[in-house]
Design a protein around this ligand. Structure first.
Ligand code: FES
Length: 131
């Protein structure tokens, strides 16, 4: 415990106290190249800690991992692929492009709720048969 206590009570405060942080805004412009080099490690650590806390605690950063589009349709499939026979379409069919329909691959109007909540403008693609 002694080394950790020394690190927290002596080493880190001494290190931070010796950083060339100016007392005024104008002081930043008078820093030497060596002073700027000395500020890189603590800045990198602060940025890393900030990013780590952001990823850990910000709900936006955590939701759905790396920006998934599909949160609803056939989530257990590695790839969602649908084939529709044109002959099975009556006069027209609306296919979902927002990935939120409960009646996939057809549009069920859920895009309207999504658009309202997120200020988006997505909608279905409508396939019509020639008459
Ligand atoms: S529900 Fe997805 S486009 Fe309409």
């Amino acid at each position: 415990m002694q080394p950790i206590a020394h690190l927290v009570k002596v080493t880190i405060p001494d290190y931070l106290g010796n950083l060339p942080i100016p007392d005024s805004i104008g002081g930043w412009f008078r820093l030497s190249f060596k002073d700027w080099l000395a500020l890189i490690p603590p800045t990198a650590v602060a940025a890393g800690l900030g990013y780590t806390f952001y990823k850990a605690f910000c709900p936006k950063a955590r939701e759905g991992g790396p920006r998934r589009v599909n949160h609803v349709v056939q989530l257990s499939n590695p790839k969602v692929v649908d084939a529709i026979d044109v002959e099975d379409i009556a006069d027209q069919a609306a296919f979902c492009r927002c990935w939120k329909s409960k009646n996939w691959p057809y549009c069920d109007g859920t895009h309207a709720t999504h658009n309202k909540q997120h200020g988006d403008n997505v909608g279905p693609v409508i396939v019509k048969k020639k008459k």
